[in-house]
Ligand binder design. Structure first.
Ligand code: ADP
Length: 266
């Protein structure tokens, strides 16, 4: 017999009342639904490149006469394998951030030096499309941040900007200090491009996992559909906010506001 505290009982141990337990399950259900949708999406996303690798490898094994066709099949196998690699990396990264196994490790960051090295990483891809990378970062601006995570935020935003901007376009990053009414200080960053833009109806959803405006376009540029979702998580981990403005055919700007200093508890 389990004795339930608070339920009236006679001296010989019989219950004379009932205890009702009401629990709000809406949030639990919502999270369960989100998790099972995520698992379904992940399986679908992983199956696509695996099926492509299998199909093209089998065709090659069956024998392809012409060398040029064989090479093009090998190239597809290589590219799909790379995508699979990126997908696995992004899924692991997202799960690490979401399960809070990736705490902030902050140090002072000199933003002009930081963006110099981020631009070095991006310069090859930008050059290939003849896209100009510009920046406007005050030389005296320092902030407290987890540098690796900050790098990932801007590499994701910049690689999207380059992917979704046509040949000869330009991409610009700015940073400027700003203060809140309560006296606390922020840095406001913008990452703007002169690319194809995002339709208004899609704007509220682009930070969702696996959401893409145009599946074919994202796949052909090697996207995983997880980049912006990772960016949003990393910005929020720094207690910041991110928003987006876009005009179709004109370009897109992401606006990121991060605190200049992180609280001790981090
Ligand atoms: P992906 O790997 O598909 O790029 P993201 O999560 O990084 O996934 O972005 C989600 C979607 O938002 C993209 O598929 C693309 O349609 C759109 N998008 C993101 N950045 C830009 C941009 N700078 N210009 C136009 N569209 C963009």
């Amino acid at each position: 017999i389990v004795r339930l505290d608070g339920v009236p009982m006679t001296q010989d141990g019989e219950y004379t009342g009932m205890l009702f337990l009401l629990q709000e399950v809406t949030e639990i259900r919502r999270l369960e639904k989100m998790r099972s949708e995520f698992v379904a999406n992940v399986s679908h996303e992983l199956k696509t490149p695996v099926a492509a690798v299998k199909g093209f490898a089998e065709t090659l094994l069956g024998g392809v006469e012409d060398e040029k066709t064989a090479r093009s099949f090998l190239q597809i196998i290589h590219d799909e394998n790379e995508r699979l690699n990126r997908l696995i990396g992004d899924i692991l990264e997202l799960s690490k951030i979401e399960s809070k196994r990736s705490p902030l490790e902050c140090s002072p960051v000199h933003l002009a030096t930081f963006f110099g090295s981020v631009f070095d990483t991006m310069s090859k891809v930008a050059e290939k499309k003849n896209i100009r990378l510009n920046s406007q970062i005050p030389d005296e601006l320092f902030m407290e941040a987890d540098e690796d995570k900050l790098r990932q935020i801007f590499l994701n935003l910049l690689s999207n900007a380059v992917s979704y901007t046509g040949e000869g376009g330009s991409v610009k990053v700015t940073a400027a200090p700003d203060s809140n009414p309560d006296g606390s200080e922020n840095v406001i960053f913008t990452v703007s491009d002169t690319g194809m833009g995002i339709p208004k109806k899609d704007l509220p959803r682009i930070f969702e996992r696996f959401y893409r405006v145009d599946k074919a376009r994202s796949r052909s540029s090697g996207g995983t559909g997880l980049g912006l979702s990772i960016v949003k998580h990393l910005v929020e981990l720094h207690h910041g906010t991110i928003s987006v403005e876009s005009d179709l055919g004109i370009g897109t700007s992401f606006i990121i506001r991060l605190p200049l200093l992180q609280e001790e508890s981090d």
